[in-house]
Design a protein around this ligand. Sequence first.
Ligand code: FAD
Length: 598
Amino acid sequence: MTRKTMVPALLLTAALLIAASIAWGADSSKSSFLSGVHKKNNVTCADCHGKSLAVDDSETALNKNCRGCHGGFEELAAKTKEHINPHKSHLGDTNCTACHKGHVASKAYCNYCHSFAMKIPAMGTEQESSDKKWVQESAPGKKELKSTRVESADVVVIGAGGSGYVASITAHDAGAKVILLEKMPITGGNSMLAAGGINAARTRYQERLGMHDDPAEMVKETMKGGRDKNDPELVKVLAYKSADAVDFLVSLGADMTDLVRSGGVAVDRTHRPVGGAAVGPHLIKVYRDNAAKRNIDVRVNSEVVQILSDGKGRVTGVQVKGKHSGVYTINAKAVIDTAGGFAANNELVGFYKPQFKETASSNQPGATGEGMFLAEKIGAKLIDMEQIQIHPTMGGDTKVLVSETVRGSGAILVNHAGKRFVNELTTRDKASAAILAQPEKSAFLVLGEGIRKSNVQIDGYIALGLVQEADSVAGLAAKMGVPADVLTATVVAYNKAFEAKKDPEFQRQDIPRPVDGPKYYAIWVKPGRHHTMGGVKINTEAQVIGKDGKPIAGFYAAGEVTGGVHGWNRLGGNAITDTVVFGRIAGSNAASFIKNEK
Ligand code: FAD
C-alpha cells in the first residue's frame, strides 16, 4: 500500500468502525425495545426477518412471518375484545407493519384520521404522534435524489387507489408488465374511504327494478352539478361508459346490487353492495385480490419522486424512493398517473382557497397532490386547481365523513333552532353553503329507526360515538340542545311530506322513508374539505395534455389527479365512476401504446 492509498484506506476503516459502533448502539437499543413479548419468547432477528435479514419496501416476508406466529386478520379480529376492532376495519387485510413496528414505537394507522387512544399491545407502549406530517420527497425545494439501481417495466402506475388498481389490472390483462407504486404503507387511497357508491346510468340493476335511467340524463346532471365548467367530452365518456364500468366491477367479483340516490340526481343511480355497505373498502378488497391473483407487482412504501422524460416530450419512467431500498429508477414505456387529489394538504388547500385552510379534511393523509406537480414538472397542464369541494356532513369535530347516502336514505338536515333549512339532496356546494350560513356554521342530521336500518353505515357512526339517540323526538331535542316543540313540528311536517310525496317547503324530490320511531337519532355535522376537482388535464383517451395543448407521449392519467370531469363541483358517486371509467381507458391505452411502439 502506498502512502497515497493508505490515508483513504485508514479513513475508510475509521468510517466503517464508527458506522459499526453506531449500528451496534442502534442494535442494542433495538433489542431493548424488543423487550416485550418477542423477548420473552426468545424471538430472534431471523424469526421476523428471515435468514438474510433483508427487508423489501413492501415488507412482504416480514409480514408473512408476523402472520405465521400471530395468525391472520380474521383470527386476530375474532380475538379482539375492544369495541373498535382495528383488525376488522375498513382498511381491510393490510400489512401488520402498517401499525406494528419492530424497532420504533408502534402506532395505530387509524390515528391518522381518527383520534382513538388506541394502545398497541406488544413491542412498546409509547405512541408516535398521530399528527406527524407526511414527508413528501417530491416537495418543492427538496434536492434531486440519485438512483442507486435501475429496473424496467412496460407500464408504471403511480398510486394504488381505485384508479391505479383498475389501470394496472386492465393494462396487465392487455399483456403489459405492470408495476404499481404506492407511497403509503397500505394501498387504497381515498378510494378505500368511499362510503356511498358509484353512479352509473342504465345498468342491469336499475333495469331489474324497472327503472329506466338514461346516460344523457347523467351527462345533463353532471354538467349542471359542475356548473357547466366540466369538459363535456369527458362527461359524455363518464356517463356512457358508466354501466360498462359496473359490469367490469361485477366481473372482478364486486357486489353492486343496492341502489340509492345521491345529491343533484333525479333517480336512484348510486350503486353499492347489498344492505348499503360502504363501496370503497369492498372495491379495494376486490382489487387487491384481483391484483394478487394476477401476480401484479404492487409495492407499498414506494414514493414516486420524479417522472422521467427524454426531454423531447416522451415519458420514459419514474424515480422512486423505497422505504428500505432507497432511491431507484424504473424505466417504463408508459406511465399512468393515478396519484389522487390534495384535500389532505393543508398548505396547498390554503394556497388555492385560503378560506378553507385549517378546515377538517375527510381525506387519507397521503392525499397531498404531488402527482399533479410531478406531472406539471414534465410539461403537463394543470386546470381548475382552485376548485375544492367542501362536503356538508363531516361528523362534528372529527375527520369522519357522514355519507351523503344517510340523507339519501331519508335523513333530514336541521339547524340549531330545530328547523329544516335546505333541500337535503341538493348539490354539495349548495348544502355546505346553507350550513355555513347558519350562525353556528354546523347542523344536525336527524333520522329514525327505519332510516337507520336501511343503511348499515349508520351503525358504524354509532360505534364511533358520533350519534345521539333517544326514545322520542322531544328526548332527542333535549340531547341536541334544540327546542323540543320546534323539532317535533319539523319531524311531523316532514313525515306528512313523505306521505303526500310532496315537500312544499324545500321541494325535495325523493323522500324514501319517514323519520319514525321507536328510536330517533341525531348526528352533529359540519362542512369539511373533501374533493379537489382540478388537476392534470386529460383527453377522452386519458392521455395527459401538455401546456402546448398536445398529448404527452406515453403519459396517461385517471381519477382525482385529473381535472375536467367534475367541473367546479363533483356530484356524489361520480368520483368512483371516474376512477373505473378512466382507469380502464388509461390502462388499455397505455398497453396499446407500448405494443404499437414495439
Ligand atoms: P386515491 O384513491 O386517493 O389513490 C391515490 C393514491 O396515490 C393514494 O393511495 C396515494 O397515497 C397515492 N400517491 C400519491 N402520491 C404518490 C406518489 N408520489 N407516489 C406513490 N403513490 C402516491 N366518491 C364517490 O364516487 N362515491 C363515494 O361514496 C365517495 N365517498 C368518499 C368518502 C370519503 C371519506 C372520501 C375521502 C372520498 C369519497 N369519494 C367518493 C371520492 C373518491 O373516493 C375519490 O375521489 C376517488 O376514490 C379517488 O380515487 P383515485 O384512485 O383517483 O385516488
